[in-house]
Design a protein around this ligand. Structure first.
Ligand SMILES: [Mg+2]
Length: 218
C-alpha cells in the first residue's frame, strides 16, 4: 500500500485514526444530550432533536472542536464531562506497534489534530502516545481546521516538510481532500475509525482497517 522508502514525514490524525472514535461518538451523541436534557429539563429525545442540527451546522468549522465554544453555548462543563467519560478513551488495535516501529525509523512523526488542547491533553494523559511524536500540532494553534487550505499552508511554516515525501493518515475524507489540494502526495484513510460501528466502504483513497497493513517495509 505504501513504499516507505519514499516517505520521510508521517502526519497522523488522532481521533478515529489512532484513537477509537467510539469515545467521541458516544460523548456527543449520547452523553452530552443526556446532560443537556437533565440541565434543560427535557426528555433525552427532545435534547437529541435540538442538538443534532446545532452540531450539524458547525461541522468542519474550528468551533466544532472547541470545548470552550460548546461549554458556552450549551451551558455545560464540556471538559469536565469528557473527563467523566474518559474511561472510554482507547487506542485502536495495532496503533502502538506501528508508532513504536515508526518512532525507531529516521522518519519524522507528527500528530496533527483538530482536537482542542483540552481534549488533546486528556487523551494524551490517558494513552501516553505523546512520546512517539516529534511534535503535536492542534489546529486551534494555527487558527484554521484541517479541512481548510490555510491550515496546511501554516503547518508547513511550523514544521517544514516536503509534500512529495509526506504521508497523511486521517479518517476524515474532507481533511484528506484539503491535504490533496495542498499537494501532499501520500494519503491514506481509515475504514474502521469506530470499533463499535461497521467498516466503512471508502473508495476515494486507499484505506486501512488497522495499522498492520502499513507495517511491511517500515
Ligand atoms: Mg479523525
Amino acid at each position: 500500500m505504501i513504499d516507505w522508502n519514499k516517505i520521510d514525514t508521517v502526519l497522523l490524525d488522532m481521533d478515529g485514526t489512532l484513537l477509537d472514535l467510539n469515545f467521541d461518538n458516544h460523548f456527543w451523541k449520547e452523553f452530552v444530550p443526556l446532560k443537556f436534557a437533565e440541565k434543560q429539563d427535557l426528555s433525552l429525545e427532545a435534547a437529541k432533536l435540538q442538538l443534532q442540527p446545532r452540531f450539524k451546522s458547525m461541522e468542519g468549522k474550528l468551533e466544532w472542536y472547541c470545548l470552550d465554544y460548546w461549554s458556552e453555548v450549551l451551558a455545560l462543563d464540556i471538559a469536565g464531562l469528557k473527563a467523566e467519560l474518559s474511561g472510554l478513551i482507547a487506542v485502536l488495535p495495532h496503533v502502538t506497534e506501528f508508532l513504536e516501529r515508526a518512532h525507531q525509523s529516521p522518519k519524522k512523526l507528527y500528530l496533527v489534530t483538530n482536537a482542542h488542547r483540552g481534549s488533546l491533553g486528556l487523551k494524551m494523559e490517558k494513552t501516553c502516545l505523546q512520546v512517539f511524536f516529534d511534535a503535536i500540532i492542534s489546529s486551534h494553534d494555527l487558527g484554521f481546521p484541517k479541512e481548510q487550505a490555510d491550515f496546511w499552508r501554516l503547518l508547513q511554516q511550523q514544521i517544514p516538510f516536503a509534500k512529495q515525501s509526506t504521508l497523511l493518515i486521517d479518517d476524515s475524507l474532507a481533511v484528506l481532500d484539503a491535504a490533496r489540494q495542498f499537494g501532499i502526495a501520500h494519503l491514506i484513510s481509515v475504514s474502521k475509525p469506530d470499533s463499535q460501528l461497521p467498516k466503512k466502504n471508502i473508495t476515494a483513497y486507499p484505506a486501512i482497517e488497522d495499522f498492520r497493513e502499513l507495517m511491511a517495509g517500515l
